[in-house]
Design a protein around this ligand. Sequence first.
Ligand SMILES: *Cc1c(COP(=O)(O)O)cnc(C)c1O
Length: 381
Amino acid sequence: MGVSLDTPVRDRAKQPKETKLAPGVKFDILPSPNPVPEQERAARLADPGFGRVFTDHMAIVRYNQAKGWHDARIESRANFPLDAATAVLHYAQEIFEGLKGYRREDGGVNLFRPDANARRMKDSAERMAMAPLPEAVFIEAVEQLVRIDRAWIPGGEGSLYLRPFMIASEVFLGVKPSAEYIFAVIASPVGSYFKGGPAPVSIWVSETYTRAAIGGTGAVKCGGNYAASLRAQAEAIEHGCDQVVFLDAVERRYIEELGGMNIFFVLDDGALITPPLGTILPGITRDSIIALARDVGTPVREEPYTIDQWRADAASGRLKEAFACGTAAVISPIGKVCSVNGDFAINGGAAGPVAMGLRKQLVDIQYGRAADPHAWIRKVF
Ligand SMILES: *Cc1c(COP(=O)(O)O)cnc(C)c1O
């Protein structure tokens, strides 16, 4: 083909349009001819950990410019045959989502705010110049997968982690938005994200690396953000910490978020502070916590908070708690903060009542054990 990176590309600026398939989205359901036998499945479900056990099926939908979104299927989970020149392998045009299915006591399954994930995936697609997937197709794919793989959903405090994602599948080495995409959903039964459950985590303040700048991709869920965070996460581990927390890229003093979780601070007057949207990922857990807090009159301030203030407030007692939040871990109390300027503890290194109370409230809604005043739950069955 002899196309070099600086070859003018006819449709470089053209962004794929959303096309039909919804409404009346029809997925072809092709059940796996050799699902994992029941006994083996039970063994894998006994202690699934996070992200290593997968179900029998996946959802897949294809996009090209002629047909739009088409060929929607539920089929056996399998390898993707990808040409070595497939665009995603070179330029990382890739986005993903994360949500969970929760088994209710009556045996049914709840999804938590899947419409919010569908919307965010559209936002991510737009930022990454990818074809936006109709929200109805996203939700149908997730629901069909949960239905066919319902036997894989753990009971108790386990859940089925659902991973929708989209890759640029055009075979072309030119730097331009791909003309073809694959959207897929895989599912992974999970126990607790952090080993030992919601025990307090220690976090390392990265002074070396940043994750997002204004105008960049920090506010969308693209794989590249994670690739760029791994070195900082490795630095956190080297310093004996569980997770990394990033500072803003301009002044290098405002707290942004962890590698994959948002952050909240609890003050002694009961108010919550959380960094404002902009360069951070707009977490659905973050949004839900803000709503639950405001429901009971707790003031929530979305405002910048510096690392120096954090240290001072922890020392003076003005800061009562800090916690991280995201779909995988729900809420993780932060017990200790480490940095090149020394370490400090929060709430004596223990989980605090505000974090644990919000966690219980959220988890009870997700599992259908508590009222759902914001209509966040979507029952699959
Ligand atoms: C996914 C993610 C979060 C959490 O989002 P939820 O919708 O609450 O799961 C926070 N930060 C980053 C960087 C993320 O990728």
